[in-house]
Design a binder for this molecule. Structure first.
Ligand code: HDE
Length: 739
């Protein structure tokens, strides 16, 4: 108990931090402190299990809440019915304003655990006490869509983490893309107004593919780096735990000696970064709008966890000043080649919410929630956010007392002279609500150096509305990102740009965007122009209407490299391509197993065992729900699900079952749909007939002839390890089928 003094005051913990930073706590003591604090400020204190007897909100036992009070059996409802009025009034007021951005999201509880102390750089306990488990709540979101929109929209994903540390809450309110569209927070309302559904007709929902967005972007060259990311596969993640998280801004770490370093925060998914393909993402939006939140919920519900390594890029201000980009500019990354990401801890999400509204909807993240030892920089986007987040909670949650909601409360005791307001929960005792005072011995007392002390960054200057000259390179890192992509990733970016720009009705908007793309890469611009029926003035290979076949287009894009600037001298950077260095595992994937009455149950059982062993989820999909054979229970039906929500399909064997499956066109659709999105297709025994009979039989035969399977079999992919194997960030179509 070296660093803290505790006194049990009227049954509550009062904590007085002492600034003796050099004495390390034992792991057990440190963990005990967090556990005690969590218990003392029990986050689930307001949880109520349903009681056995129905009451109204005032505790009156209710005799009948299914029939309103009326005058006579067929008479009018009486005003006197206070139960009716209470129930309906509460219902009428059930909704709160959705978040102005990031409205669509889902969250889960878990913990953060440090493996390696950052004591050299910071005195924040959460980053120095190795092994201690700090409780966290994380929420993932899309940005543009409304609360009820689809999870798989093309968009940046919010990646917000609230850590309930014993020095107060620390929120990293980040995204799954390390840069942002704009450099100054004052432009945020413009950006969001442009991307949200257009104001006259509220179209389109959760999509940036429309005129106002690109009209704004075409006038905002600083958005070009982010534009590349948003058109890459990063914007359509396969699952929340298959995407990275970034603090985006440069923050500051301050150590016990008061020395500061600059830092970028990273979350690296243990399963690696994996994405959907665009056609798949759009179709999933219709088949299962809850695709991402369902996957997180099911994983945790089935006893699994979602995991990320926590990493930092630490550098000095002096180093930063030597680079040809400004670390205060949130449209720039610090390439990992310049400063490697040190992995120092882990976040594990292992508990679903009990109540979506009380937790996920009411959680309020704020960039200004930092703890001693972590501080801000002058990044103008961060500075603006530090104002916006508190302000927005006041309107969204309706009162300054939102901080008392169980999900937002810190685990340490809150003690100050703030009072009253809408929906105050705390019953403050005593007469004194001011400082200084003598009547309460000047309590609660200021902690001086033991509290949060702002880093004494020297600031002086003339008051100006300007953008720093060091923020003026808008294309250099967009080119760095482009150069770092694999051929298939480049192709996806070109296709995505074509898709979105072709949705813009105003030709001038499309043409202005082409001008920017040409500054990033001329071949990219030419390929996009082709899809738009435009010709780039400066290039010779752009032919309206498209006269090059897709193979040559892929080759052209693959070879297209741009000279970079603002990149620390790099032409390509590490950690940008999803095809580079990502762990390959089938864990967390989901497979559809097609069965019908008469199925070869032993074969299905063996398959289920293999999938379980590989930590792969599956649905048994049949023409009807329920028992199909001994030990084979259908969990989905051919008509209530679709291949698009799985990562692969296996058609089980059994002659009668295959005859039955053949009666249902959906069975063949499972094969064709999986083929369309380059997913592994497998079969057991007679199940191969559904695969070959699906209409892609000829293609499969050709593939088999071109590259005969090792065992000489000509049937399509039969090897279970391939079904449970890795789906690479594949190109659309079936090119990878036999890979
Ligand atoms: Fe946000 N942002 N933001 N943002 N943001 C909000 O706060 C804002 C920005 C991010 O799951 C709002 O509680 C401004 C960057 C996430 O609850 C609001 C600017 C990054 C979430 C707000 C930005 C983010 C939000 C709306 C320009 C990545 C969802 C509701 C300077 C680093 C948190 C709310 C959750 C939410 C303001 C830009 C991440 C209005 C002014 C850059 C993950 O306060």
């Amino acid at each position: 108990m070296a660093d803290f003094h505790f006194a049990l005051l009227k049954g509550r913990w009062l904590m007085a931090p002492k600034r003796t930073l050099s004495t390390p706590l034992s792991l057990d003591d440190a963990q005990k402190q967090v556990d005690d604090l969590s218990k003392a400020q029990d986050l689930s204190a307001n949880t109520t299990d349903p009681g056995t007897t129905l009451t109204d909100n005032m505790g009156h036992v209710v005799s009948d809440d299914q029939n309103s009070l009326r005058a006579g059996e067929r008479g009018p409802t009486l005003m006197e019915d206070f139960l009716f009025r209470e129930k309906i009034t509460h219902f009428d007021h059930e909704r709160i304003p959705e978040r102005v951005v990031h409205a669509r999201g889902a969250g889960a509880h878990g913990y953060f655990q440090l493996d390696k102390s950052l004591e050299k750089y910071t005195h924040a306990k959460v980053l120095t006490e190795v092994g201690v488990k700090t409780p966290v709540f994380a929420r993932f979101s899309t940005v543009a869509g409304s609360r009820g929109s689809a999870d798989t929209a093309r968009d940046v994903r919010g990646f917000a983490v609230k850590m309930y540390t014993k020095e107060g809450n620390w929120d990293i309110v980040g995204n799954n893309i390390p840069v942002f569209f704009i450099q100054d927070a004052i432009k945020f309302p413009d950006l969001i107004h442009s991307v949200k559904p257009e104001p006259h007709n509220e179209i389109p929902q959760a999509a940036s593919a429309h005129d106002t967005f690109y009209d704004f972007i075409a006038e905002t060259p600083e958005a070009m780096h982010m534009l590349m990311w948003i058109h890459s596969d990063r914007a359509i993640p396969r699952a929340y735990n298959m995407m990275e998280g970034f603090g985006v801004h440069t923050f500051r770490l301050v150590n016990a000696q008061g020395k500061a370093h600059l830092v970028k925060f990273h979350w690296k998914p243990v399963l690696g970064v994996k994405s959907l393909v665009w056609d798949e993402a759009q179709k999933i939006a219709g088949k299962d709008a809850d695709f991402h939140r369902r996957s997180m919920w099911e994983t945790i519900d089935q006893g699994g966890t979602l995991e990320w390594d926590f990493g930092v890029q630490v550098f000095t201000e002096e180093e930063a000043m030597k680079w040809d980009f400004d670390v205060l500019d949130a449209t720039k990354i610090v390439p990992e080649d310049l400063v490697p990401v040190q992995r120092v801890g882990k976040m594990v999400l292992d508990r679903n919410v009990d109540n979506f509204f009380a937790e996920t909807e009411q959680v309020a993240f704020m960039t200004q929630n930092v703890v001693p030892g972590i501080d801000f920089t002058n990044d103008p986007l961060l500075q603006g956010r530090n104002f916006s987040y508190l302000d927005t909670q006041l309107s969204r949650l309706g009162s300054p007392n939102w901080q008392e909601l169980p999900i937002n409360r810190p685990i340490i005791r809150v003690s100050n002279n703030q009072r009253d307001g809408h929906m105050r929960h705390t019953i403050n005792k005593g007469r004194v609500a001011y400082f200084p005072n003598q009547m309460a011995a000047n309590k609660p007392a200021q902690a001086g150096a033991a509290g949060f002390v702002t880093y004494p960054d020297k600031v002086e200057g003339t008051k100006l509305r300007v953008r720093a000259e060091s923020f003026s390179d808008h294309y250099g890192q967009a080119r760095l990102f482009w150069n770092s992509m694999s051929p298939v990733e480049k192709e996806h970016i070109a296709k995505s740009l074509r898709f979105e720009l072709s949705k813009c009705e105003t030709r001038d908007v499309r043409v202005r965007m082409l001008g920017h793309l040409a500054k990033i890469n001329e071949v990219l611009a030419a390929q996009v122009a082709k899809g738009l029926g435009e010709k780039l003035p400066s290039t010779s290979d752009a032919k309206p209407g498209g006269q090059q076949d897709s193979a040559s287009e892929t080759a052209l894009l693959a070879a297209a490299i741009s000279p970079t600037t603002a990149s620390g001298g790099l032409q390509k950077a590490k950690g940008l391509s999803q095809e580079e260095g990502q762990p390959k595992s089938a864990k967390g994937r989901k497979v559809a197993v097609l069965v019908a009455d008469g199925v070869d149950a032993a074969g299905v059982k063996a398959l289920q065992d293999a999938l379980k062993k590989a930590d792969v989820k599956y649905d048994i999909v049949a023409p009807h729900l329920g028992e199909i054979a001994s030990g084979v229970m259908a969990t989905a039906t051919l008509s209530n699900t679709d291949p698009v929500v799985y990562d692969g399909v296996v058609v089980a064997g059994g002659a009668a079952a295959v005859r039955e499956l053949a009666q249902h066109p959906e069975s063949f659709n499972f094969v064709v749909g999986s083929y369309r999105h380059a997913k592994p297709i497998g079969s057991l025994g007679e199940g191969a007939e559904i695969v070959t009979g699906s209409g892609i039989g000829n293609v499969l035969r050709r593939v088999a002839a071109d590259s005969p399977a090792k065992d000489g079999a000509t049937a399509p992919v039969q090897n279970l390890s391939e079904v449970a194997g890795v789906r690479l960030a594949a190109g659309e179509g079936g090119a990878k089928l036999a890979a």
